[in-house]
Design a protein around this ligand. Structure first.
Ligand SMILES: [Mg+2]
Length: 367
């Protein structure tokens, strides 16, 4: 089987909540997502999606996805999409770095492999664990009262895990965490994600200010070393995210006992092939995970679901249903949240059928 054409579509994804705000005054109102279509000489077609959280979250931006595909695409024509190890080595040889550019192609090729094998991607990634899995709800940064009322409302919809966007004024963040914690019940899980927003001394103040609350602290500071210092000053369960973008730093963090949970995102690692390697390593090392992506719609959510559902349940801390945050549906067959939980499709591949009228005309064609 050979890749014959690669196409890309640009889709805008507005938010039901209209704006998503996190640390440092950063926000997004409409997501700019790229859907990648890989065609083959067998007639099988695969889809992937890459949607950065704006240009200021990770070293990734929406136009960069398209520019990178234009650069990388010609190297992939004629390659077998099912040989994902070889394909990833070829992508890494042809374009240094830029893992998020490669992610959409890699996801689309897993979709093709699954269709060719007649198996859902989650079964190819290791097997399906349980009927479904836990989701968290991200709570956009607002006043403590507003965040508490949003948590109560999402709790009523079935979510039991909440990730607060903090990383603002540390005194207000302490109030945010207390206000939200008052809405929770036994069995719920609360994460305060500062998204690198605190300086080291601010982070140490916050963890002292919420000492009596059952809350996980996620990525308090910009650098790994600052986070490690905070980690050593608190007994809260600790999550690293932005700093963990590959195996080197993942192994270093394990050796330093720098985290209890790690947040791995498909495009941050460079696709399903690479995140599977990191995921399996975490399982072997006893590190639980939040498995997700930076953002996306139906196709990214489908890829997340296959990854999450193929992860041993005790090591899957949470995952994300991004397609329920946005107002535009780009594909049929995508997983849907039920009572704060989600399951991967049982159809071959990703199990999604893109809505071509929503995708519109391709913005890039490589053949
Ligand atoms: Mg995070």
């Amino acid at each position: 089987m050979k890749i014959t054409r690669i196409l890309a579509y640009r889709v805008e994804l507005p938010l039901y909540e209209t704006t998503y705000k996190w640390s440092g005054g950063k926000s997004v109102t409409v997501f700019d997502s790229t859907i990648v279509r890989v065609e083959t000489d067998s007639g099988l077609i695969g889809y992937g999606e890459v949607c950065p959280l704006g240009p200021f979250y990770l070293p990734a931006y929406a136009d960069g996805v398209r520019a990178g595909l234009k650069e990388l695409g010609p190297h992939l024509i004629g390659q077998d999409p099912r040989q994902l190890g070889k394909l990833n080595r070829l992508m890494d040889a042809a374009l240094k770095g830029h893992p998020y550019v490669k992610s959409g192609i890699d996801i689309a090729c897993w979709d093709i492999l699954g269709q060719a094998a007649g198996l859902p991607v989650c079964e190819l990634l290791g097997g399906r664990y349980g009927e479904d899995f836990h989701l968290y709800r991200a709570i956009s940064q607002e006043s403590p009262e507003e965040m508490a009322s949003r948590v109560a409302a999402y709790r009523a919809e079935g979510y039991r895990r909440f990730q607060l966007k903090v990383g603002g004024d540390p005194d207000v963040d302490i109030q945010r965490i207390h206000a939200v914690a008052a809405k929770l019940q036994p069995g719920d899980r609360l994460v305060a994600d500062a998204n690198t927003g605190w300086t080291q001394h601010e982070a140490v103040r916050v963890v002292r200010g919420v000492r009596d609350i059952d809350v996980y602290i996620e990525q308090p500071c910009l650098t790994y070393e600052e986070c490690l210092s905070v980690r050593r000053n608190t007994d809260h369960p600790f999550v690293l995210d932005e700093n963990i973008d590959g195996l080197d730093v993942l192994l270093r963090a394990k050796a330093d006992l720098a985290m209890d949970v790690v947040n791995l995102k498909i495009s941050k690692l460079g696709g399903l092939t690479k995140i599977r390697q990191a995921r399996d390593l975490c399982v072997s090392m006893g590190i639980a995970m939040t498995l997700e992506d930076s953002w996306g719609g139906d196709i990214a959510t489908a890829a997340i679901a296959h990854l999450a559902h193929s992860t041993p349940t005790e090591f899957l801390f949470t995952s994300t249903d991004f397609n329920s945050y946005v107002t535009v549906s780009t594909a049929d067959g995508a997983p849907q949240r039920v009572q704060g939980r989600m399951a991967a499709s049982k159809k071959p591949g990703l199990g999604v059928t893109p809505k071509m009228d929503v995708l519109g005309k391709p913005v890039l064609l490589v053949e």
